[in-house]
Design a protein around this ligand. Structure first.
Ligand code: PEP
Ligand code: MG
Length: 756
């Protein structure tokens, strides 16, 4: 086997010299392929660039006919070069022409070459081109040579991505990684936002690729790996991260990779080949990202994501950039881009500057999405691979209703959105004009529209939407944004402020619903396998009555004589509701004894969101002053499908017959016991779903403020009775009939209802 002259380190040093020379791009590239060929003792070295149109164009060669440069092209997947680009994997062959994918191009004069080694030129998981060496002899390229070529490819990728070759690029052959991109994701909110990307986990930009001194770089790498391992071990031991099992699982996975010999060996190998420690991390990360993009198995994909995150962590240690920009100032019109984030993390940002969030994962009823809506942010989820393709500062447009994201939009796209925003503003003005119209259908059915809210800051929106009041105030959100547990007086002030803002309009305060994915940073809880079904919400409150008592006391005192409505979340058995009533009664008596004002009327309601409760509504309803369906949880538990996991949640339509029958059962029971019923899950804010709910007789709907306008507009045009009859018949008929959603779609068309 031929050995390289001086090895890859010498080659990289020579490359650095070539890059420092003031040469025209083509000349520089020609020199680079010459250097590689000479250093690696190959007869040929060619560099193909992947153009925007999917063609791989020969950009430079040593050893093939020079006339074929910028002439020879191969399609993605065509020939060996196309195969490497498509698979993003190296390919070494002893006898290339015998390979079934071999595509002969006469103009290159490729005939005499048998041995072939090609590697993808990757950056941020994207294939930018292919680097190939060839030899006349039939020979087997060793792993060392593949490594060396991959290392060289890292440098080339950097040159391509930083537009080193701009002057070579012909019109229509835009190879810029930073070209405009559109992502089709899932809609989490309405609204359109134009702004600039802020990466939630900022990527570290590596600028110095070629090592001055390899031993120093090896030491730096070793030191950084040690620091990173200590910090991960530390987090696992002290539970510094959020104590949900998801985070623990991720950390465990980080730890596994951090100690993985294979990964560390690959990093060391890349440094030994002449890269700096940072560049070595990026080089190994490239492989990971490329594999990630081709990986269909969600489990493996997640693990590759973890490995990618870990590499980013290592880069931060190496560059000393531990914090990133997360806690720093946000620019105006900031649009957060993240793989995923918890609701508490979102609340850490300066909300006055934030316009939108874009996630690679998430589901529209995950709490982060709910909070985004409550903050009036535009949100899109499931925008695959957006993190690796964006940079902080990139222009970005988030189209909420379409679930689309335009990264680095063209001026045309941007203009069309500027127009759309203008139209949206008009629509908003239209909804604003509806705010004082009573919410009554054409056939005189009154539908009460209420807000879901959770932050005092979003309560003034009541004035814009004309909603009757607040059907659900999620008190835990205020706890999530606080840095420490709010004391009694702080809680009183907060609830009093909420009451002051809503004035005469009703507001339903829901008792703390923490746990699951709603993590309170300063309250540590044990790690659980299944946090959504774990020690959360009312269960936690009844076990820790101190917290519950303080909150109830604060609510009663904040009322200062005015009426008060308190809602109890996650009731699993009527008995738990009774226990809560007891706590409330005791606090009331305590207040009376102290000679303080008690609410002129106190109503206590229960949330119906745990299936078990459905079977003892006859016990619960006589005890409750009102009830509220939490469809987000109820549907997740009915279908055994995690509300935050779109992979499963999307399979079960919440208004399909079984779920709608459940809701109707609650409606019927509430009527029978004459107890007011509200729907406060996210369903109520979606037009088609809201229509289904109205059709089964639900006439109190509580939703995120931006949904009020569109739902009200639909109500105003609606002739409900015939739809009621038709849905009732469908529910009777069972699964033989038309699916409910299709049935409703027909009605929407027939009545020409304004549903987007
Ligand atoms: C629900 O579960 O539907 C609900 C309204 O509560 P949350 O989304 O806060 O769990
Ligand atoms: Mg709930």
């Amino acid at each position: 086997m031929a050995t390289a002259i001086g090895g890859p380190r010498v080659l990289l040093r020579q490359l650095r010299e070539v890059m420092a020379e003031p040469l025209p791009s083509q000349e520089r590239l020609d020199k680079i392929v010459d250097l590689i060929a000479v250093n690696m003792r190959t007869d040929v070295c060619s560099f193909y660039v992947l153009r925007d149109d999917g063609a791989l164009e020969l950009f430079a060669t040593h050893g093939l006919k020079l006339e074929s440069v910028h002439l020879t092209t191969l399609r993605l997947g065509e020939g060996l070069v196309g195969l490497i680009a498509a698979e993003a994997e190296p390919l070494a062959l002893e006898n290339a022409p015998a390979h079934p994918a071999f595509a002969y191009r006469p103009e290159t004069g490729e005939d005499p070459f048998n041995a072939f080694l090609g590697v993808p030129v990757l950056r941020a998981g994207q294939t930018l081109g292919v680097l190939v060496v060839q030899n006349r002899d039939r020979r087997v390229y060793g792993e060392d040579e593949t490594e060396a070529l991959l290392t060289t490819a890292t440098i080339l990728a950097e040159m391509v991505a930083t537009s080193e070759f701009d002057s070579l690029i012909k019109p229509g052959s835009d190879i810029d990684l930073r070209r405009p991109r559109t992502f089709a994701g899932a809609s989490f909110t309405d609204g359109i936002a134009l702004g600039q990307v802020v990466l939630h986990d900022p990527r570290v930009v590596v600028s110095n690729f070629i090592a001055e001194d390899t031993d120093t770089e090896l030491r730096r790498l070793e030191e950084a790996i040690r620091t990173m391992r200590v910090s991960i071990d530390d987090m696992l031991e002290h539970g510094d991260m959020q104590p949900s099992s998801d985070h623990r699982e991720i950390l465990e996975s980080y730890r596994m990779f951090a100690y993985d010999r294979g990964w560390v060996d690959r990093l060391n190998e890349a440094v030994r080949n002449g890269l700096t420690a940072e560049a070595a991390v990026e080089r190994v990360q490239n492989d990971t990202r490329a594999r990630m993009q081709r990986q269909a198995d969600p489990y493996i994909r997640d693990r590759l994501h973890d490995l990618d995150d870990l590499a980013n962590r290592l880069l931060r240690v190496l560059t000393g950039d531990h914090e990133g920009i997360r806690f720093k100032e946000l620019p105006e019109n900031a649009i957060l881009v993240a793989r995923n984030m918890g609701p508490a993390e979102l609340l850490e940002y300066d909300r006055t500057k934030l316009r939108a969030i874009v996630l690679e994962e998430g589901a529209s009823i995950s709490h982060v999405a709910i909070i985004a809506r409550s903050l009036g942010l535009v949100a899109v989820g499931q925008a695959e691979n957006i993190v690796s393709m964006s940079e902080t500062g990139d222009a970005i447009i988030v189209d909420g209703p379409a679930g689309q994201v335009h990264l680095r939009p063209t001026p045309e796209v941007e203009q069309s959105y500027v127009d759309k925003v203008r139209i949206t503003a008009k629509r908003r003005a239209h909804y604003l004009a509806l705010r004082s119209r009573p919410s009554v259908t054409q056939d005189n059915v009154e539908i009460t529209l209420l807000h879901n809210s959770g932050l005092v800051a979003d309560l003034p929106m009541l004035n814009d939407t004309g909603a009757v009041g607040v059907g659900l105030f999620r008190t835990e959100l205020q706890f999530m944004i606080a840095s420490k547990l709010p004391r009694l007086n702080e809680q009183i002030d907060l609830y009093a402020e909420a009451l002051r803002i809503v004035g005469d309009r009703p507001i339903v305060f829901r008792l703390l619903d923490i746990g699951g994915d709603k993590v309170i940073p300063y309250m540590r809880s044990a790690v659980e396998e299944n946090p959504a079904m774990g020690w959360r919400s009312l269960r936690l409150a009844l076990d820790r009555p101190g917290l519950l008592r303080t909150q109830v006391r604060a609510l009663l005192m904040a009322a200062n004589g005015r009426p008060m409505k308190i809602l109890v979340p996650m009731v699993t058995e009527t008995n738990e509701f009774r226990q809560t009533k007891l706590v409330v009664r005791k606090e009331l008596e305590r207040l009376e004894r102290a000679g303080q004002r008690v609410p002129e009327r106190l109503e206590l309601g229960a949330m119906i969101e745990v299936p078990s409760l459905l079977f003892e509504l006859d016990q619960l309803l006589p005890e409750a002053d009102f009830v509220s369906i939490g469809s987000n949880d109820l549907v997740q538990f009915l279908t055994a499908a995690d509300r935050a996991n779109p992979r499963v949640a999307k399979s079960y339509d919440p208004i399909a017959m079984p779920r709608l029958r459940v809701f109707r059962h609650v409606v019927d029971m509430a009527k029978r016991f004459n107890v007011p019923l509200t729907m406060c899950g996210e369903l109520a804010g979606k037009p088609m779903e809201a229509l289904a709910l109205m059709a089964i007789g639900m006439n109190r709907l509580s939703m995120g403020p931006p949904s009020i306008g569109p739902i009200k507009e639909m109500i105003l045009g609606l002739d409900l009775e015939p739809i009621r009859r038709s849905v009732a018949a469908a529910l009777l008929e069972g699964s033989d009939g038309m699916p409910i959603r299709e049935l409703l779609t027909e009605w929407v068309e027939r009545q020409n209802l304004p549903i987007a």
